[in-house]
Ligand binder design. Sequence first.
Ligand SMILES: [Zn+2]
Length: 416
Amino acid sequence: MTSLKSINQDDLRSHNLSVIIDTLLRAPSPMSRANLAKTTGLTKATISLLAGMLLEHGVVRELEPESAQPAYGRPSTPLTIASGSWAGIGLQINTDGYGCMALDLAGQVVASRWVDDDMRQTDADDIFAKLNRVSQAVERKLRQRGYGVVGSGLALPGLVTDDMQLLMARNLGWEHLNLGSYELVQRLDLMPGNEAKMAALAQIPGYATQEQPRSGAGSRALEACELTPTDSFIYISTDIGIGGAVVHKGTVEVGDHGFAGELGHVSVDVNGPACRCGRRGCLETYAGRRALVEAAGIAQGDEAVNPKAVEELYRRWQAGDPKAVDAIDRALDALVSVMASAINLADVGTVMLGGFWANFDGSLTARLQRRLSHQILARDRIHPRVLLPRVADKPALQGAAEVGLRNFIDNPLAYF
Ligand SMILES: [Zn+2]
């Protein structure tokens, strides 16, 4: 009886610690203990005790007391998430290379390594061995700086099952890999997942790192500020392949098997070009990186997946080259059609366009948004927004690190 009671108390304490961390992560500014008590519904005594534990273990830090003296009692001391103690490791294997990033709870990138590589016809064993070495270098740096590693994620451009199988990653030419057999996966107790879903996680404010006040008046920063931690949005990840994720009230909807959100394989023309998935007219065959480069007549076949080719496409499009303009127009038609279908299906009014499309002209989102608003069935009520990603550079890598950090946030007591 005694041991059962103490286990439950530990669970409760860990849960309450988790609630406090989550509250601070999502808060737009530091919070006093009194404020935390009000927001979480925990008593002031509980908050004081738990805040003491979080301070002791380097999860939070105290800022200078607020200068304005309250009418009664002591001035309050704001608490915020601390940098320097706990880190998650994100790993990614993509069509343009592989790499590793360590991220702490305060949102600071502690270390990162990326290896650009030609990933055509690669051997999975070889790439996992190379990624293992890259990760070990990052882990050494974390140890030197006194960080505790709390978990790690691995983003892959394909279908990943709950039981660690990579069913297929067509743009790498890999299929039916038992991910659990790799030393890297075993050593780090890695959580593998689909890259688009991990990239979507990185876009959720306060998901696993402190929300940073975003400075700069660039359009990207302004648009990004419109998203809150509990918003719903559809994320589209664009590369050679196109992936996607539906985020509902701050949670990625994965479906019954973990495969939900494959927007790249929504067909817009049953008589359209053949897709690598076996269907015809998929979004990927119009708006994927390879498809666009080929349609614009810049390169064909293997040469079309060279990242330099899409830079050439961008230059030609800006210069008004008719084939480039036509290819982009057709891709935009397909994008608008799939966005509208996704909004009709999921009843989510915000779409975030990530990947290489996010580097296109800044007016693109406004153009997409205008066209989209005419294609939504519930257009009287849903006013679609098309946003650029908050995290545009390697978002899946960051999301994978956040998957690791969530282990800690969900059960902090397990690490103390
Ligand atoms: Zn397809």
